[in-house]
Design a protein around this ligand. Structure first.
Ligand code: PLP
Length: 383
């Protein structure tokens, strides 16, 4: 086994020289805030998502929050989601005074258990917010069927899902509202950032105002030669626009994301083959029986023995390998217990997985010798 000297992180963005050159161009241009490149990035995203309007935000969190506002979620409403997610998914619901109603996950795929969603719906339910965990698309057909039956909206938390597809349809190219993240840890980045894909013109208008102070004209129009310097404010909006510096990174990443994901999937497949004989030690994310394309954002493994996780993660860290326990189920956080009365025992599958799961390094720049080293260290721990 070749010795690996440097620390192998959980994730690391792959930034091409073209991307760096483009950022330098922006820095030299004199226009760093939201401007022509942000517009161009949105146009590229529009084409990428099958000609659906895409609005960029400073983060997926801001995009999710604005989307919930756009569909009218308010205090007292309920939104159905998964407990096994990054806390942002639930925070944005709680921030509006609404209640995140969790539905347990499937132990195999780590995604929300679609069969249990209908039972969680009440007259207060306004929306369902599924998460494509690790980049594995949720079984969306039954979710959209429930939404249609009950007149609910669907906001897909697609933070892990750029470049994925469900039954040969690209995530973001169909359905209700999708929100993607371009945080550097995700499989596509713009430094920080995110976007919302949606069809309703009224909701698009709301989002474009919400992300910039409720001001009724874009800042570019105001400061460019022909723009007027006067504006109106329709309501007190947030400040969550995406800058041209970020758009410069995002545009190049978007052009490269298919090949970056391809490399991630190749490496994920190598892990799968290498861990073929480890099923008594840990399980891998189960392959559902519908057609899908995974983004390869994360490579989670679920240990059989919860008591081993901390020692396992420390062992890997001592051997220069970064891992993270994604995620602690959201209903176990003190705010969610205090505010909504959730308690340990409410979602046994999410808790089972939450105590045992961790993600191994996976990114397109991970070299095969490095991955072989990770594999050998994982196996060594269990010897
Ligand atoms: C990262 C992440 C978010 C938030 O993304 P930001 O762009 O950092 O705001 C939301 N949901 C999930 C599932 C995530 O992993």
């Amino acid at each position: 086994m070749q010795k690996v000297e440097k620390f192998i992180p959980l994730s690391r963005p792959t930034i091409s020289e073209e991307t760096i050159g483009e950022v330098v161009n922006v820095l030299r241009s004199g226009w760093l805030a939201t401007g022509p490149l942000a517009q161009k990035f949105e146009q590229k995203l529009y084409e990428y998502f099958g000609n659906r309007t895409t609005l960029c935000f400073s983060s997926a969190t801001a995009g999710l929050h604005a989307s919930l506002m756009a569909i009218g979620v308010k205090a007292g409403d309920e939104v159905v989601t998964t407990p096994l997610t990054f806390v942002a998914t639930a925070n944005v619901i709680a921030m509006l005074g609404a209640k995140p109603v969790f539905v347990d996950i499937e132990k195999g795929t780590f995604n929300i258990c679609v069969d249990k969603i209908l039972d969680a719906c009440t007259p207060k339910t306004k929306a369902i917010m599924p998460v494509h965990y690790a980049g594995l698309p949720v079984d969306l057909d039954p979710i959209y069927e429930i939404a249609k039956q009950r007149g609910l909206r669907v906001i897909e938390d697609a933070a892990h899902a750029v470049g994925t597809s469900y039954k040969n349809r690209k995530i973001g190219a169909f359905g209700d509202i999708q929100v993607f993240s371009f945080h550097p840890i995700k499989n596509m980045t713009s430094g920080e950032g995110g976007c919302v894909v949606l069809d309703s013109e009224q909701e698009q208008k709301f989002l474009s105002l919400q992300r910039f102070h409720g001001i009724d004209r874009s800042i570019w129009d105001r400061f460019s030669k022909n723009g007027s310097c006067y504006y109106d404010v329709i309501f007190p909006g947030a400040k969550s626009n995406l800058s041209d510096i970020q758009a410069a990174i995002g545009m190049h990443q978007l052009a490269e994301v298919e090949s970056l994901n391809e490399k991630r999937r190749y490496l994920a497949d190598r892990y799968r083959r290498a861990f073929d004989d480890m099923d008594d030690k840990f399980s891998l994310q189960k392959i559902p029986n519908y057609d899908f394309v995974h983004s390869g954002h994360l490579f989670p493994i679920c240990l059989r023995d919860a008591g081993k996780r901390d020692r396992f993660m420390s062992f890997l860290k001592e051997n220069s390998i970064g891992t993270v326990p994604y995620y602690t189920p959201v209903h176990l956080f003190s705010y969610y217990q205090k505010t909504f009365g959730y308690k340990k025992g409410d979602f046994p599958n999410a808790e089972y997985v939450g105590e045992r799961i961790l993600c191994l390094p996976l990114y397109s720049g991970l070299e095969e010798v490095e991955q072989d080293y990770v594999i050998s260290m994982v196996k060594k721990f269990f010897e």
